[in-house]
Design a protein around this ligand. Structure first.
Ligand code: UFG
Length: 334
């Protein structure tokens, strides 16, 4: 059985589906602060191939909660998503991030060691690299995070190295670039309150009563003045986690991989693609830069391709199409 922490959240829920499709039994552990009970209910219906999907409500900051999962289920490996992930909030309230992300992960790792579970796939981030010294960013790029969120993820990566050296706990750290899109069958999708991410915010602006989309800065040193990001489809991303689990099951050593497409898209390009997909003229207002946004983040994904056999397949337009279906669901605008 695979334990998925944060399985009721955006990226976690798509991974639960990918794991079920790959034939695994899954137990979801989530405190439902950011995850949704409706998502859990949906995931429980995705029991293809007779696989088990169990749910335990609990908090990683309470060691007894996470220990209880290992006592109840025979866990073979863990895929760990549960975390706070808002950059601006992390800078304003670092305490919240260090306790939840770092201390919570320590409790999880303790419970794993206590129950002799030695394999974990960890949701890391391009934010561990900080301001890029070069693009595309490969895994050799220095990791100098510039915000607390990135620091918590880098600390966890470093803790995982020490836990391998000392206790033989093997980890794969997957460093995501900008995750986009939703389940192609529209069962789960991105559902943050408040929403801060680019694609859902543009799409929400297409609905009646939606706010004017705010573009944060058009004076960056990029092709059209807006920030460039590498948008990786959430289903493609989920497949990489299944491959990482298989890699660990086959005796793979502790490792880390970038997950991105190598394609950079500017905010203006994403905005135009959203207009094309929705067929709507979207209200737009250019605002000043958002603090802490690097001009350009693009992944070099050769390592994941070569060592995991991972191939991202879906385009930005496909991500926008599925995200739009999901947004219509969420807004009741079907
Ligand atoms: N943007 C807007 N308007 C919006 C939202 C975003 O113009 O309403 C712009 C941002 O300024 C940025 C780009 O769109 O230039 C992408 O912004 P997102 O918030 O969608 O994504 P980020 O690149 O800021 O952050 C993402 C993840 C983080 C992770 C980071 C790694 O959400 O969790 O990538 O670099 F840390």
């Amino acid at each position: 059985m695979i334990l998925v922490t944060g399985g009721a959240g955006y990226i976690g829920s798509h991974n639960v589906i990918a794991l079920i499709d790959a034939g695994y039994d899954v137990v979801i552990f989530d405190n439902l602060e950011l995850g949704h009970i409706e998502t859990v209910e949906t995931l429980k219906t995705v029991q293809t191939k007779g696989k088990v999907v169990a749910f335990i409500k609990g908090d990683l900051q309470k060691p007894q909660d996470i220990n209880a999962v290992f006592e109840r289920y025979k866990i073979d490996a863990v895929v760990h998503f549960a975390a706070y992930s808002q950059v601006a909030e992390s800078v304003k309230n670092p305490r919240k991030y260090y306790y939840n992300n770092v201390y919570g992960t320590l409790n999880l790792l303790d419970a794993m060691l206590e129950h002799d579970v030695k394999k974990i796939v960890f949701s890391s981030t391009a934010a561990t690299y900080g301001e890029p010294e070069y693009v595309p960013i490969d895994e050799k790029h220095p990791q100098i995070p510039v915000n607390t969120y990135g620091k918590t993820k880098l600390m966890i990566e470093s803790i995982m190295d020490d836990y391998d050296n000392a206790y033989g706990l093997k980890s794969v750290r997957l460093r995501y670039f900008n995750v986009a899109g939703a389940d192609s069958q529209n069962r789960v999708g991105e559902w943050h309150e408040p929403e801060t991410h680019l694609i859902p915010n543009i799409l929400k602006s297409t609905f009646s009563g939606g706010k004017t989309f705010q573009m944060f800065g058009d004076d960056y040193p990029t092709k059209d003045g807006t920030c460039v990001r590498d948008y990786i489809n959430v289903e493609d991303l989920a497949k990489a986690h299944v491959l990482a689990l298989k890699y660990l099951s086959n005796g793979g050593e502790t490792n880390y991989f970038n997950l991105g497409t190598t394609e950079g898209s500017s905010v203006k390009e994403v905005f135009s693609s959203c207009e094309a997909v929705t067929g709507k003229k979207i209200p737009l207002e250019v605002k000043s830069r958002r603090e802490g946004d690097p001009a350009k983040l693009i992944a070099d994904n050769n390592k994941a391709k070569k060592e995991l056999g991972w191939i991202p397949e879906k385009s930005l337009v496909e991500s926008i199409k599925t995200a739009y279906c999901w947004e219509k669901n969420l807004s009741g605008n079907i």
